[in-house]
Design a protein around this ligand. Sequence first.
Ligand code: FES
Length: 145
Amino acid sequence: MYTAKVMEHFANPRNMGEIENASGVGTVGNAKCGDIMRMYLDIDDEGIIRDVKFKTFGCGAAVATSSMATELVKGKTIQEALQVTNKAVMEALDGLPPVKVHCSLLAEEAIHAALWDYAQKRGIQIEGLSQPKSDISEEEHVEQY
Ligand code: FES
């Protein structure tokens, strides 16, 4: 059912934990399955994501997608991190079963929520970023593959 990469990231998640005094923290959930994901970003003055950590209270696919998402945004600029869509995360994991697509949406939205928090704290606007949803189950119908 799961690809080798999904299993590997689930068994050995990268960047699990939290960052004290993070530049931005985002928490999103899915009211339908009850899973929650929290992302912490450490962003330097040049707008580079120096560190990223996550905590996921959820299914194995949510853990694997969080882990892969942190790998994909680490060391990137804010604009590059915005390109890390749930599709990009799924591709990097060699795919997810259709019923688990929503888990990868949590990862995308958690990154956006953390960037949003960062922008709010600094009083800046990030081009292309609109206020994220805290409950991603509202938009699931758009993202079915
Ligand atoms: Fe909902 Fe995976 S089952 S996040």
